[in-house]
Design a protein around this ligand. Structure first.
Ligand code: TYM
Length: 324
């Protein structure tokens, strides 16, 4: 039997370069490997774990699918769907919640960060976030998950739940592992922390124009004293260069050491390489935007195929737990 792969991205807006390099590139690589059966979803249920706007979610849960297809995810090769269209995700998460302690969830770094960000809106759904993510993966008994390094604590929870369920109820869940890409950690343009949707000015969207990309990269903070240590901004610029124009790295390092690196030239070269990579995605996106009927068909068929697998797992779990 083929090994299963599952991944997802929240429906919080257009995808950015961090999502693309950390997750989508891995999704693409596994999609074209005949040893794997790949399932890729929009994590729209996860979107409601923090404050959101109903009208925006309604749009974004479809826009992520457009981004997926534009990037090369292929419904002929992968099952592409929206999480909320498969009710078993929420159902299995409830059963899993019965084997996870509140303390374990409260101590997760991702939960603590979100509580700091939304002190008045830290809900039970937010506490439950990693359990729902475990349900996404284990519903399909996926053993491999292409995600960025920030998701590792959540995968650890999924492994714990798999072990616990298998011990207590005799299920056969695999312990899922992360599939890492070269861009598993894409830094913020601001030179501190990672690129993320919630930090304004930190990200480049996949839909950004050539001018927007150039402007954003030029704004990276790279002021340095000659011969000094690399600042966060310089490190970030080097990280982008390494991801998009790796062949130039030696030269940039030599020039930096010698104190004659021209950051403006380096930035423009990085920006041009990013835009070059994004161009085919943007062209494909335009075609897809004009064909809503095709998108609806992809989503409908994807959900049907996902449900077929998901309902079997839920039935099996219910029986083993004494609910079947
Ligand atoms: P989300 O929506 O925050 O991010 C989606 C994916 O993008 C990756 N990513 C990054 N990778 C490298 N550098 C960055 N700066 C960067 N920013 C984001 C994330 O690691 C992720 O792979 N919990 C998940 C969504 C989810 C999921 C799942 C993933 C729900 N269920 C099941 C896998 C399997 C999340 O919030 O991702």
């Amino acid at each position: 039997m083929k090994k299963r792969v599952l991944s997802g991205i929240r429906a919080t807006g257009r995808l950015h370069v961090g999502n693309y390099l950390g997750a989508v590139k891995g999704m693409l690589e596994l999609q074209s490997d005949p040893d794997y059966e790949t399932l890729y979803m929009v994590a729209d249920l996860h979107t409601v774990t923090t404050p959101y706007k109903v009208d925006e979610l309604r749009i974004n849960r479809n826009e992520v699918i457009v981004d997926y297809l534009a990037a090369g995810l292929d419904p002929e090769k992968s099952i592409i769907f929206r999480q909320a269209d498969v009710k078993e995700h929420a159902e299995l998460a409830f059963y899993f919640a019965s084997v996870v302690s509140i303390a374990r969830m409260q101590h997760l770094p991702t939960f603590k960060d979100k509580v700091k960000q939304y002190p008045k809106d830290s809900t039970i759904a937010l506490l439950n976030y990693p359990i729902l993510m475990s349900s996404d993966i284990l519903l399909y008994k996926a053993g491999l998950v292409p995600v960025g390094i920030d998701q590792e604590p959540h995968l650890e929870v999924a492994r714990e739940i798999a072990r616990k369920m298998n011990d207590l109820y005799g299920t056969d869940f695999p312990e899922p592992k992360r599939f890492a890409t070269k861009g598993e950690y894409v830094p913020s343009l601001k030179g501190e922390g990672k690129m993320g949707k919630s930090v304004e000015g930190s990200y480049i969207n996949l839909t950004d124009t050539v001018d927007e990309v150039r402007k954003k990269v030029r704004s990276m903070p790279t002021a340095t004293e000659a011969g000094g240590e690399m600042t966060g901004g310089v490190k970030a610029l080097f990280a982008f260069a390494n991801l998009f124009i790796p062949d130039n790295m030696e030269e940039y390092h030599d020039e930096f050491e010698a104190g004659n690196l021209r950051f403006s030239d380096m930035k423009d070269a990085v920006a041009a390489a990013i835009s070059e990579e994004l161009r085919p995605l943007q062209e494909k996106r335009k075609e897809l935007e004009a064909d809503r009927a095709y998108l609806d068909k992809v989503m409908k068929e994807g959900a049907e195929r996902a449900r077929e697998i998901a309902s079997k797992t839920v039935q099996e779990v219910k029986e083993k737990m004494g609910l079947g």
